[in-house]
Design a protein around this ligand. Structure first.
Ligand SMILES: Cc1cc2nc3c(=O)[nH]c(=O)nc-3n(C[C@H](O)[C@H](O)[C@H](O)COP(=O)(O)OP(=O)(O)OC[C@H]3O[C@@H](n4cnc5c(N)ncnc54)[C@H](O)[C@@H]3O)c2cc1C
Ligand SMILES: Cc1cc2nc3c(=O)[nH]c(=O)nc-3n(C[C@H](O)[C@H](O)[C@H](O)COP(=O)(O)O)c2cc1C
Length: 567
């Protein structure tokens, strides 16, 4: 056959149009939405390519004609790690090179964050800037994303029916499917049989024990829960979703301030219950979100003196963010009291969400138990002592024998390496140590042959070295090769984990060259500082410039050897 013959275009109906379903997901919600959509689209006879943004070459976007993106937001309005390369590529150029691409975006987020669905918006804007056409407005989903995601998926399928040619057969042989290792039944383990976020398992509390010293500023507890009867199979790196109740005392104070009778009945999504029960179990009153603040200011303007609206009008975005972070609803009610009836209050507030906690145990060691490491979130920013709802519930309001509603949140992006011999460097501060305890239990039980290094930080060695005895035991058994700790306040000059990383540049580079996987877990700010320090460490360790070191970090991320779990 001549080359010319191959160049003859196929009749338009001979090859079905391909739709690219691309997701940027960290905790798996977006991935699950994209997978379900891909199954449905294939069953409807469309040619589908389903991939994480981490698994495409960004420039491949230039060749695509039809794409649908499912994009979650993480950090402080940032894209998930898997999407960073694509975002950087999109923002690095200005030409019209995506003009053949028609796309739509489903953005996943949580409206309690100031930067709600910011990564989805950023993606859509960047694509348009490079010439792509947005065929339908972006849909923003909040925590309960299922209905909106289904509607968006159905609309997309409808669009495909009207605009794309389909295959009679389900799928063409060459169509890429989910990258290996990213399917929902990874490692063949049934993950949460029957139990879910909306149908949580009632776990029995077995132990609640304070693990920071009496004089510590930190109030950290170790919790053990029984999962007997749940059928849960979790893996080190997963998190546990927890439903907690608001403190009844805080609810009473809020109702007193607003002069609402606690027993007054309200309609809560079709269920009639007292406003006290509604606030205690079903509404956020500790996390203030931007929508609640806006609504409060609006009512303050119409029903009171408009002081809040005037104050907010003078704020820059960062001041508004700080205002929200420093206050809970009772503080807002105290400073800007409103006349509201019980139903108006219930309607104004978002549903109480679950909270996530890294699992601090391995089932290989603790069997049908799950362990958590929980720091009570407390603040005194505006001169009133306040605690977070879930951390307070877990650490101070439950005890052995009580029940707590939980569900599993698998995290396939924070697992021990598949290669049993690959070295690991575990970097974390505060409760960021929790998943590493799970890793070490797994290593102890499974006889992994890897070299393992812990870099841990907290304020004081004497009061804040979480699980110290266990780390020393693993060290003496030869399972943990190195422990480097940064106790920030044990010396005049503050020393944090990022300083250890910076000091250990040569050694870290050597470990990376030996195939090490690097894990970072804990607060967002610590995570960013450690990543910066890693870039410097690699630059010094390999004697290369910072840009080249940055590239190495990107490569590690792409190879899934730099894994982060930041909150
Ligand atoms: C994947 C994942 C794993 C996690 N693992 C752990 C863990 O192992 N151990 C652990 O203790 N926590 C962990 N967290 C954090 C945990 O989920 C909760 O966010 C934390 O316990 C606070 O929840 P809360 O209900 O007590 O506070 P909330 O009631 O949500 O917050 C109370 C107040 O604090 C403010 N606030 C909330 N968070 C912050 C913050 N970070 N900085 C400043 N102000 C804030 C709010 O504006 C509010 O006014 C994890 C989070 C994620 C996403
Ligand atoms: C640590 C953390 C930070 C988050 N930051 C934001 C944010 O800044 N803005 C937002 O809208 N949602 C934020 N979210 C909510 C997620 O976008 C939401 O849970 C989404 O469903 C996650 O999708 P994924 O599982 O596909 O990653 C955050 C979630 C976590 C766990």
């Amino acid at each position: 056959m001549s080359v010319r013959a191959l160049d003859i275009p196929l009749a338009p109906s001979a090859v079905a149009d391909e739709i690219h379903l691309l997701y940027g997901s960290h905790t798996g919600n977006g991935e699950a939405v994209a997978e379900t959509l891909a199954d449905n689209a294939r069953q409807s006879g469309f040619r589908v390519s389903l991939r994480s943004l981490a698994d495409i070459r960004p420039a491949a976007l230039k060749k695509m004609r039809h794409a649908a993106f499912v994009m979650s937001t993480h950090g402080d309005g940032d894209p998930p790690d898997d999407a960073i390369d694509v975002f950087e590529w999109l923002e690095s150029g200005g030409s019209n090179d995506l003009k053949a691409l028609q796309f739509r975006v489903l953005a996943l987020g949580d409206s309690s964050y100031t930067e709600f669905c910011a990564a989805g918006r950023q993606l859509a804007n960047a694509l348009v800037k490079r010439g792509a056409t947005e065929v339908a407005p972006m849909v923003e989903c909040d925590v309960d994303f299922a209905d909106d995601a289904e509607r968006w998926s159905n609309e997309l399928l409808e669009w495909c029916r009207e605009n794309l040619t389909s295959n009679a057969a389900n799928e063409s042989p060459g169509t890429p499917v989910a990258a290996s290792g990213t399917s929902p039944t990874l490692q063949g383990i049934p993950i949460t049989p029957g139990w879910s976020r909306t149908r949580p398992f009632p776990a029995i509390v077995e132990r609640v024990q304070k693990i920071t010293g009496l004089e510590s500023e930190k109030d950290v507890y170790h919790l053990e829960l029984s999962l007997e009867g749940s059928g849960f199979q979790y893996l080190p790196g997963d998190s546990l979703g927890v439903w907690a109740d608001n403190d009844p005392e805080l609810v009473s104070r809020l109702l007193r301030k607003l002069e609402i009778e606690p027993s007054e009945l309200v309609d809560d999504d079709g269920r009639i219950r007292s406003i006290r029960d509604t606030l205690t179990r079903h509404r956020e009153i500790t996390r203030l979100n931007p929508n609640v603040l806006e609504a409060w200011a609006k009512r303050d303007q119409t029903r009171a003196r408009g002081k809040l609206a005037r104050q907010l009008a003078q704020y820059a975005d960062s001041q508004r963010k700080q205002f929200l972070e420093e206050r809970q609803l009772p503080d807002l009610a105290e400073a800007f009291p409103l006349k509201l009836d019980a139903q108006e209050l219930a309607d104004l507030l978002p549903a109480l969400g679950s909270r996530s906690y890294s699992i601090a145990s391995s089932m290989s060691m603790v069997d049908e138990e799950v362990h958590l490491t929980v720091a009570t979130l407390h603040s005194n920013a505006i001169g009133v002592a306040r605690r977070g709802v879930a951390s307070n519930h877990l650490n101070h309001r439950i005890q052995a024998g009580d029940e707590i509603r939980v569900f599993l949140e698998p995290n396939r992006r924070f697992r021990l390496p598949k290669d049993n011999g690959a070295p690991i460097i575990m970097i974390g501060a505060g409760t960021g140590i929790a998943p590493y305890r799970a890793f070490m239990q797994e290593i102890e039980e499974s006889n992994r042959q890897s070299e393992n290094w812990l870099i841990f930080g907290n304020p004081y060695r004497r009061t804040d070295f979480l699980y110290q005895r266990e780390w020393l035991k693993w060290r003496s058994k030869g399972l943990l090769n190195r422990i480097d700790a940064a106790f920030s306040r044990d010396q005049a000059e503050k020393r944090y984990v990022q300083h250890v990383v910076a000091d250990q540049g040569q050694e870290i580079s050597r470990w990376i060259e030996d195939g090490a996987h690097i894990y970072i877990c804990g607060g967002l700010a610590m995570g960013h500082a450690v990543e910066e320090a890693l870039i410097d460490a690699i630059a010094i360790g390999r004697n290369i410039d910072r840009d080249a070191a940055k590239q190495s970090i990107s490569n590690l991320r792409r190879e899934r050897r730099l894994l982060k779990d930041l909150y």
